[in-house]
Design a protein around this ligand. Structure first.
Ligand SMILES: [Fe+2]
Length: 414
């Protein structure tokens, strides 16, 4: 696949974020894990440092927080709820490597989260981004016609001050922009003002690794038929994101379903957003199914980066996490095998686990997809291990979609 990145990789060495530094990640690792690149931030009208947090609304945050610890090896670090003056909802903050998840569930019977959850089910409500200058971003967003739903404001507690604003993106999803250094002082609380540090009594199984994933690689957004280019344009125009790769309908089509996908990324490529729309095919595509059950556009999958996908998948399976199966024919197809070439482990080890391989001119990647995380066939996770490739697994899409369609058929939605 061709990388059609239009940025110049000139000046500007990317710096580690606070979260990355705190987790002992280094630049070489991040280049490998998520394909980080150098770029000149000073020319960016909407500079983005990286992910700040992914905020989920769920039916039961108390239990979901336990699931992310027990199954996904995440660490509980902060909390906000009625005990601390937030009477509306409970919010648990979990981290793994450089990424934070926040899971929110309604407490008050009239919480707006109830309506959101009734409509969408469990899902991502906020893809929150860390930025060095909130006001600069909001000025640019407004100039480019974005909807600002929260004006820049300072929020303070005993740990310091953060400056926050928010804009809307596809569906009922928003991007909260978080500036963690204000007037030279960096906020040092566990997450945001209003949250208190929280530990958990949960103890990992003996021998379990410190963490199962180190970073977030990309988040895919599903949008309606005919709307993909509009959202690509939004990220180009409003947020200065660049086009990374371009797929067309035929590339990602099976006999039954088809979709189109384009990928945009921020300057340093920490934040990557593939955007999908359904394409016309014999039957309803998996994107149509998502749009029906999520009741509109939303985040479809989050790709979690690991340096050892075999171990990560083995550990997740031990905890009962379920993955999509891959047909044996995928590994035995001579054409595919030739294209895959040499990878760091024997193909048999991948086949045993159903891990997919894709290769392009820059290298290869290993990936696997979970079943939907909640009750609705909507949001799921991908586990990804990159070896030079900056792609998203286009060569796997057909194999993957056939596998997804088998599942879709079982649910009676094909
Ligand atoms: Fe993906």
């Amino acid at each position: 696949m061709t990388d059609t990145t239009t940025t110049s990789a000139a000046a500007g060495t990317p710096e580690l974020t606070e979260q990355e530094r705190a987790e002992d990640l280094d630049m070489a690792q991040l280049k490998q894990l998520v394909g980080l690149v150098e770029y000149d931030e000073s020319k960016d009208p909407f500079p983005v440092t990286g992910w700040d947090a992914i905020v989920f609304v769920v039916g039961n945050a108390t239990q979901t927080a336990h699931y992310y610890q027990s199954a996904w090896g995440m660490e509980l670090i902060a909390y906000s709820g009625p005990e601390h003056g937030n009477r509306d909802h409970k919010a648990f903050v979990l981290k793994s490597g450089s990424i934070r998840f926040v899971v929110k569930g309604a407490v008050a019977p009239d919480s707006p989260l109830i309506e959101h959850h009734a409509k969408h089910g469990d899902g991502v409500v906020d893809i929150s981004l860390e930025v060095p200058d909130v006001d600069k971003c909001i000025e640019q967003a407004r100039r480019a016609g974005a909807t600002v739903v929260q004006e820049p404001e300072n929020v303070t507690d005993e740990h310091g001050t953060v400056r926050i604003a928010a804009i809307v993106t596809y569906g009922e999803t928003r991007h909260t922009l978080v500036q963690r250094t204000v007037d030279g002082a960096t906020y040092d609380g566990p997450y945001l003002p209003g949250y208190v540090p929280r530990e958990s009594g949960f103890v990992k199984r003996e021998g379990a690794p410190k963490r199962l994933f180190q970073a977030l690689d990309h988040i895919v957004g599903n949008v309606e038929l005919g709307k993909m280019d509009q959202w690509v344009g939004f990220y180009n125009r409003v947020m200065g994101f660049v086009n990374m790769a371009e797929f067309v309908g035929e590339d990602i089509a099976t006999e039954y379903s088809a979709l189109m996908s384009k990928v945009v990324a921020n300057g340093n490529h920490r934040v990557k957003f593939p955007l999908n729309e359904p394409a016309i095919a014999k039957k309803r595509s998996q994107i149509d199914e998502y749009l029906d059950f999520y009741q509109g556009p939303g985040a479809q999958h989050l790709a979690l980066a690991t340096g050892d996908i075999l171990r990560t998948v083995d550990e997740l399976r031990k905890e009962g996490v379920e993955f999509l199966s891959t047909p044996d024919s995928y590994y035995e197809d001579p054409e595919l095998r030739a294209r895959i070439g040499e990878v760091r482990v024997p193909i048999e080890e991948l086949q045993k686990r159903g891990i997919l391989v894709d290769r392009d001119e820059d290298g290869y990647l290993l990936q696997i997809f979970t079943r939907p995380l909640g009750d609705r066939p909507t949001v799921f996770f991908e586990i990804i291990e990159r070896h030079g490739s900056l792609g998203f697994g286009i060569g796997n899409f057909k194999a993957l979609f056939e596998s997804i369609e088998r599942e879709q058929d079982k649910r009676g939605n094909l």
